[in-house]
Write a protein that binds this ligand. Sequence first.
Ligand SMILES: [Zn+2]
Length: 457
Amino acid sequence: MSAISIRGPYSGGRNQRTLIIIGASALIVATIIVTVSVLVTRSDSNVELTLEEKVHQILEDSPVIDGHNDLPWNIRRLAYNDLRRVNFSEDLTQNAIWGKDDSTHTDIPRLRKGHVGAQFWVAYTSCTSQFKDSVEQTLEQIDVIKRLVDKYPEDLQFATSADDIENAIANKKIASLVAVEGGHSMQFSFGILRNLYAMGARYMTLTHSCNTPWADASPVDAKNPILLPESDGLSEYGLRIVKEMNRLGMMVDLSHVSQRTMEKALNHSVAPVIFSHSSARAICDHHRNVPDSVLEQVRKTNSLVMVNFYNGFIRCDGQRANISDVVEHIEHIRGVTGPDHIGIGGDFDGVDSVPEGLEDVSKYPDLIKALLETGNWTDEDLKKLSGQNLIRVFRAVEEVRDSLKGQEPEQDAIKAEELEKYKVNLTCITAKFERLQPQQLLKTRREAPAELQLREL
Ligand SMILES: [Zn+2]
């Protein structure tokens, strides 16, 4: 309807109508002028910003929340968990030990340069410790994370919630969270799982490179599998572990698990899940990456994939990767999931080969710059990628936890039959077997393949 056709009992004579029309038109024109001028001013101010300034602005508003950093493992490996042996306030590229090691990428000055606002520090222990001292080692790694945070209070702030992350960022600190990598860290005990949560662990990766008695790991999907599926992804007991994690408010991390495990966990979890450090299988066909069909499930469940930078997951052809290769993974995942389900989980300090241009934790701004340069990203979507998506998913997990208040904790022990498949060292964990009919457990299976004795990313 045009303004000229306005008629009604309240409209006066022709002159009055004309005045109203002129007034309304003037108002519309003025509004358009003001709107356009505001837009022009904004766009002018954007034009005036250099790309670096724009990156800075984006990361000031939404600092990087990285899903996976193995610095605690390096503290164990290179300093025997003795924090007096290394000063993280220094540039460790100049350190005689750390500077020469290909798997070290982190110190506080570089975290600051990288605009890191929150980091999940990983309490990792290798698969060789499964059924042995995995729980003890995990506790030691959580302890060293806490001592690290305590030692650098000017820069690090312990965090266990989405609110804590925002509070630390507001205080200009790096929110420091505990993550547990590998279900062998809880063995098969709900009691241990709950204690890990009580100590601050806010996600647990269901497996590392080895199957647990209740979940299958990604090597079962390898082209020449060195591991066979044993739990159809997740056993009944594994499903109950996911349920208990939902009740606790501990994020379920599906990096490292088999595709079947991913699918079952995504179907079963009532809270969104994360992949703390995985990239796109469609771009690099490695079993550690996420297939498109699973990315669809990620979108439907409000979940999150945090992209891993490890060279071997970014490029499958053996070539050195660069930032553009990482951009390709990020854009592929966004193409399937949309902009709300992608984040960053660099895997720094857990890998010995990273792309050119992403050599350490100071380089995140260069990745944001490369994404800006594509012209395919709005500032808002880059802020989601850098950290806001993780905050949203974390909050959703906390809301599920709150909604499940009053639900009974899981209490049953794993069934003896589920352990029969494994060569369990009875002398290490006798107390558990006394209540699980130990005579049944003596029927053991093949040894774990030697390849799995190695630390595998
Ligand atoms: Zn890993």
